[in-house]
Design a protein around this ligand. Sequence first.
Ligand code: MN
Length: 478
Amino acid sequence: MASAGPVPALAERAAACADRLRDADEVLLASHIDADGLTSAAIASSALERAGIPFETVFSKQLDAEEIASIAATDYETVLFTDFGSGQLDVIADHEAAGEFTPVIADHHQPAEPDTDFHLNPLLFDIDGSSELSGAGAAYVLARALEPSETDNRDLAALAVVGAVGDMQTTDGELVGANESIVEEGKAAGVVETTTDLSMYGKQTRPLPKMLEYASDTRIPGITNNESGALRFLDGLDVTLKDEDGEWRCWVDLTESERSTVSNALFQHAVSRGVSSDRIDRLFGTAYTLADEPEGTELRDVSEFSTLLNATARYERADVGLAVCLGNRDGALQQARTLLSNHRKNLSQGLQRVKREGVTREENLQWFHAGDEIRETIVGIVAGMAVGSDGIERGTPIVAFAEKTDDGEEVTEVKVSARATPSLTRRGLDLSVVMREASQAVGGDGGGHNVAAGATVPKGTEEEFVERADELVGEQLG
Ligand SMILES: [Mn+2]
């Protein structure tokens, strides 16, 4: 009996895609490099392997016409794209029409015209691709169609949940819609567990005071970004803070009663400091854990897992991230941890540089140019972290430049990242429009979201770009 799979609306299309893959002699699996793309590839490659379909895997940061042409130049008749491909359907369809390869696509981004037959995308079926199904979720639906019996491939739901959380698909602290159906399958398969818990990052691996201090998503006055405040808060509670060896305990090490002591005290502390009730609500949410992963490791907690994967992706070590997803717990996990700790070091050095050198104030925005001293892949995060520290105002959008270096080649392009606060977007600021229009005005291109956006511009056009962006921000906020 055919099963409808985790997302019934997608079942028919998924079955057609699965049939196409079964008919293939060999498949080239191409996936995006980020937490969602890595988990997509891990799900798809596990499913292909189990179905006995030979395949090879490649990764790309950005799927452009050049990249697709190089894929078309290989001998593969069937190419499975995961977590990208929809936005490049026009280019892909041209190669398909030329008989170069048959595409199968599992993606959740906005599709370009025209459609192809083997295109699995929630947006085609009235399912939101930014909050209800990720690339990993689409790959999971495909994996289930490849093995539609009751139990097969449902263990892969664990990776789909990591992908969805890594893609920031949670709504009010939990996964909804098709994502939630995948969570349910993961629970039934015994690989995913959910609890209502403190929604702070680092429950498995961060020393308790650090977890509280660094939890900037749920800002609590006197604790967030306040080392001694966080310690003072904990000192006043009836909770053992260190283990027998004198090491700080993590959230996961606390007993249930200790956890509720801390939760209740946090709640009361937040209320007494006048934190609004919807911000207090955000202190708690659904925590997703992977039952098969050891407690106290970053793999146990899906958001820590996805952070680890993003660290491998940011430094172009998709091979390491994929190996971790596929269960390599020796070399690859150690390498991923090293990449993450180097990433954190790079962030803190970048932040020191911005604090030291300061920013330039224009009428409506503030900016800095990091040259080649901060990697273009992290300059946006650094800009976001710098906001609110000495001399860098929270109430003004920040724009950051960093040179795009390509292994010793001459720098011709500059990456621009912009960050704002939600209170600015509520006043009408939309950085995606600012980045797109200002970059196009100087011969570049860009886009993104209203609070965080980016662009690439030709080197040498930075001043003109700042001028144009400053005007646009003024118009939006004026
Ligand atoms: Mn994605």
